[in-house]
Write a protein that binds this ligand. Structure first.
Ligand code: ZN
Ligand code: ZN
Length: 408
């Protein structure tokens, strides 16, 4: 176990963040995962980093604050929080976030408090988010089990067994096998997936046509100048890093007005603690015009009504059905993992995967088809018989997915 933990810490710090000699690393971690955050710190100092700065979070404190704090605090953010994040990002530090949350931590909390808090924090940290999402600095998110999460995934096991079981699933998913070769395997995975990304970007498809036996029959238009992203990125100073570990997806932006047909979910969606199952959307000219779900329909209807953009697609992601996350064979109740189990879409805001996007105003991006919303919710649609055909600008049809797997 110790060996695997160290192999995993190395993977996150050396491949995920790719910390450089003389660079500062900010690690944000829940207090329960201090042992693992400290291991990541050790790896970073061994790699010659300038300083490791810890930023601790606590689910318990977060929950109590939502339940008991004065109502006014959810509209304000103390000055030191943006100063910390924006300051380190501007000075070129790298960021490692250890994600480990109780999926039901906010159950029963007044949703308006959450919404207002998200809005206030979003505004205060706009500069930090802009610097990380534009890859001005390297950043990475990885996950570590905590008991509340492990019990959610393995409700029938005693807590310590559930923890070991979740650790094993995580190790499988991130290719940590205890032989200290995770970094090599990760490198091979990146190279294989990058070749596919190149093929997709060479084709510059006008449409992707999805079909499977559970009822998905959907055409998605891709905007002019789009490109596929994923697996690894380059920071502004040219450092290669992987923002998510694990990551199996190649994703791009759909044209917000170019989605037509029906898509059926292939896995449950966990949304703010509610499970939504067996749902489908029908789209016309980009907008969701019909929704149904066997379970959680009301919550789903609310989610796509969050604002105008919430009922349009904001992400198209390709994930082969044999991904190690799918092979782990469990629902993780964690987007970082579950979204890497199968092909997915997201409704809500889009990453601007469009050439020259940084020179376009928000209005220009919208008119090019890049959706805008306060929300972004991934939902899984990939099945073992999923077929995806790409249609080029001159009408040629190219198989992209056959029987749930990449055709190239
Ligand atoms: Zn995705
Ligand atoms: Zn997404």
């Amino acid at each position: 176990m110790d060996k695997k933990l160290y192999e995993y810490a190395q993977l996150l710090v050396l491949k995920g963040v790719n910390i450089q000699k003389g660079q500062t690393l900010v690690i944000s971690s829940p207090v329960e995962c201090a042992y693992f955050a400290r291991l990541c710190m050790d790896v970073a100092y061994e790699a010659g980093c300038r300083e490791v700065v810890m930023s601790w979070r606590d689910d318990y404190v977060t929950r109590k604050r939502y339940l008991l704090a004065d109502d006014a605090v959810f509209d304000e953010v103390p000055e030191h929080i943006p100063a910390f994040n924006n300051g380190y990002a501007k000075s070129g530090a790298a960021f490692l976030s250890i994600a480990a949350s109780d999926p039901e931590n906010l159950k029963g909390v007044d949703p308006s408090r959450i919404k207002r808090n998200q809005r206030a924090v979003g505004k205060a940290l706009a500069e930090y988010r802009e610097l990380t999402s534009s890859n001005a600095v390297q950043w990475c998110i990885g996950a570590v089990p905590i008991p509340a999460w492990a019990k959610k995934v393995f409700p029938d096991l005693p807590e310590d067994e559930a923890m070991s079981a979740l650790w094993e699933k995580i190790f499988t998913a991130v290719r940590v096998h205890g032989d200290m070769r995770a970094i090599t395997r990760w490198q091979e995975h990146i190279e294989r997936t990058s070749r596919r990304k190149q093929r997709l970007n060479d084709y510059r498809f006008k449409y992707l046509k999805y079909k499977n036996s559970i009822g998905t029959d959907l055409t998605v238009e891709l905007p002019e100048g789009h490109f596929f992203e994923g697996v690894s990125e380059h920071s502004k100073s040219g450092i290669v890093f992987s923002p998510n570990i694990p990551t199996e997806e190649l994703f791009t932006v759909p044209h917000r007005l170019g989605v037509n047909g029906t898509v059926v979910s292939a896995m449950p969606l966990v949304y703010n603690g509610t499970i939504i199952e067996d749902f489908k959307f029908t789209f016309k000219d980009g907008k969701i015009i019909d929704v149904s779900a066997k379970r959680g329909e009301e919550v789903l209807r609310d989610a796509i009504a969050a604002d105008e953009g919430a009922s349009y697609l904001g992400e198209v992601a390709l994930v082969p059905y044999d991904s190690p996350i799918k092979q782990a064979g469990v629902l993780f109740y964690n987007t970082l993992y579950d979204e890497n189990a199968s092909c997915h879409f997201a409704f809500g805001s889009a990453y601007p995967c469009i050439e020259g996007a940084d020179r376009l105003s928000p209005e220009e991006l919208l008119s090019r088809g890049v959706n805008r919303s306060i929300t972004h919710v991934d939902f899984m649609i990939g099945t073992s018989d999923m077929s995806i055909v790409g249609v080029t600008h001159d009408g040629k049809e190219v198989p992209v997915f056959v029987d749930g797997l990449f055709a190239f």
